[in-house]
Design a protein around this ligand. Structure first.
Ligand SMILES: NC(=O)C1=CN([C@@H]2O[C@H](COP(=O)(O)OP(=O)(O)OC[C@H]3O[C@@H](n4cnc5c(N)ncnc54)[C@H](OP(=O)(O)O)[C@@H]3O)[C@@H](O)[C@H]2O)[C@H](O)CC1
Ligand SMILES: [K+]
Length: 502
């Protein structure tokens, strides 16, 4: 996994690395630019015209190195400079000196942006060195470029975006943000979704040992982190090894939620999946999902009791489609006080907890809660912004000793000791009804298979995001939750047969 350190530490990290390797900072910039160009050349052909906008710091230096390299590869480049080159960083100056003289280079003081025609905009105006909100001429440039009809690519971070906090004012709006070595924390924030576009992280060779001295409990998940957590099965494994789980949920008109959670558990590999639903769910589930064993509560429409002998299950997931009525609340309370193994708590079960302090006090270290942002704010109160939200999430886990999975772009797994894992899979197409129910099924299944709650959370969130990516390749906004379920098995195959990020 990649450690996420603060923007102000990037410089120190670079120094440490170049000193240890006996290389120049210029050479590290070359590596960053090479990595960028390798990515760029896979995405775009040489017919497209490129305008590269460079500030006078090292982000601008990256831009100049990228301009040189792409030009040498036959791309059509024009460079636009902003700022006084006399005050530029030394690596910027070095790169300006060796910029091929036949690249058209203009200064933004002498150029009317309205005359700009380009297919691609590469933003290398400001990186992690930003120290105040954008204003004046630079703000105008960034606003103009953000609204341009072109493909917009931000180098490291969209110019104007602080690396660790929520944006004040405005920043560049990119279609792609290509960040070096690790994602800067602010690239994980939902507030910045329209600034970042698609996020790409490029390795520039600074391995994790160099990150050790930088204090951070925040990490970005990589495929290897998932593979090493996968449980190994052997040829004589039997269904008992794959776990016996139960999903509790459903109410009149919402039986589909339990269907999706149960099928999600089956597709993740559970040996035996049972569902506990109100009477109205019996025929629906039996007919639509014959692999699932169905047990029913006495009431026709809501869950008003718990299954007998719950300890026969290795894990229980509760919430999908459950409803928030008083009877359901009582059932949740009983489950949380009596069941001693792991419980995954989702959807209406979270809404019940939000309304009832007594039930909230029952949250313990064997529980995983999976709220989306709105459910989370019902639990802890309104949050000012994502910085505040993450802080409250960590405080919540510390108090209740539970794991909390905050769903959204880069779904975040928060641990009681303050660690946070940001997911690297997922897609905007996951934002559709029922996908949370699928996640509940996946998580419950992993725990039932013997994964620790932490490993289940890490693997579950990752596989769920990857299934969403695979399902949406051709379906885009038409992707629905059941498409995602069908792709779960393929995520194991993809993960085991490919290297690198998805
Ligand atoms: N390991 C890596 O990830 C590598 C990253 N690289 C790239 O380097 C940048 C960071 O470069 P740095 O020189 O530290 O900073 P910037 O280029 O972002 O900007 C510094 C200049 O910007 C001025 N500044 C700051 N805020 C503003 C503002 N609001 N308006 C205008 N100007 C601003 C600042 O001037 P001051 O006088 O105010 O200090 C600087 O002139 C990183 O993001 C990567 O792109 C390297 O390539 C190596 C590897
Ligand atoms: K930038």
């Amino acid at each position: 996994m990649l450690k996420i350190i603060s923007g102000k530490d990037v410089n120190k990290l670079d120094l440490k690395y170049i000193k240890a390797k006996g290389i120049l900072s210029f050479e590290l910039m070359e590596k960053a630019a090479e990595a960028f160009c390798e990515w760029y050349m896979k995405q775009f052909d040489r017919k497209k015209t490129i305008a590269i906008f460079c500030g006078i710091g090292n982000n601008g230096g990256d831009g100049l190195a990228i301009a040189r390299m792409l030009f040498r590869q036959g791309y059509k480049i024009c460079v636009f400079l902003y700022g006084d080159a006399d005050n530029a960083s030394s690596d910027f100056k070095s790169n300006l000196r060796i910029l091929p003289s036949n690249i058209v280079t203009k200064h933004l003081n002498d150029f009317d942006l309205k005359k700009l025609e380009t297919d691609i905009v590469i933003d290398a105006l400001l990186g992690v060195g930003i120290n105040k909100p954008l204003e004046g001429q630079l703000l105008g440039i960034v606003q103009y470029l953000s609204n341009l009809k072109a493909v917009k690519i931000a180098v490291d971070v969209p110019s104007g975006l602080p690396s660790d906090t929520v944006l004040e004012g405005e920043a560049f709006s990119a279609d792609f943000t290509v960040s070096f070595q690790f994602p800067k924390l602010s690239l994980m924030f939902p507030e910045h979704g329209h600034n970042i576009g698609e996020l790409v992280i490029l390795d520039i060779g600074i391995d994790q040992s160099y990150f050790k001295e930088f204090e951070s409990k925040q990490f970005y998940l990589e495929p290897e982190d998932i593979k090493i957590r996968h449980k190994k099965y052997h040829r004589a494994s039997h269904k008992g090894d794959y776990g016996k789980v139960m999903l509790i949920g459903g109410s009149l008109g919402k039986v589909g939620a339990v269907y999706m959670a149960s099928k999600g558990a089956l597709r993740t590999g559970s040996g035996l999946v049972s569902a506990f639903v109100p009477k109205c769910g019996l025929n629906i589930l039996q007919a639509s999902l014959p692999e699932v064993m169905v047990e029913i509560s006495n009431n026709e429409y809501i869950i008003d009791a718990l299954p007998e002998n719950m300890e026969r299950f290795d894990a229980i997931g509760i919430g999908p489609g459950k409803g928030t009525d008083i009877k359901s609340a009582e059932v949740l309370q009983k489950l949380m006080s009596r069941y001693k193994k792991n419980i995954v708590i989702d959807a209406d079960a979270i809404n019940i907890i939000a309304q009832n302090e007594e039930i909230k006090d029952l949250i313990r270290d064997n529980m995983i809660l999976t709220p989306h942002v709105m459910e989370f704010e019902r639990l802890v109160g309104k949050c000012i912004d994502h910085t505040d939200r993450l802080k409250k999430a960590i405080d919540f886990c510390a108090v209740h000793k539970c794991i909390l999975i905050l769903k959204g772009p880069n779904t975040t797994i928060c641990m009681p000791d303050g660690r946070m894992y940001f997911n690297s899979t997922g897609t905007k197409y996951l934002a559709t009804g029922g996908t949370g129910d699928v996640l509940t099924g996946i998580l419950t299944s992993f725990i039932g298979q013997g994964y620790s709650a932490e490993n289940a959370a890490i693997c579950g969130v990752y596989h769920h995001g990857l299934a969403g990516q695979l399902a949406s390749v051709n379906k885009l906004h038409g992707t629905i939750a059941t498409d995602i379920i069908d792709k779960i098995p393929e995520t194991f195959y993809v993960l085991n047969h490919s290297a690198g990020n998805f």
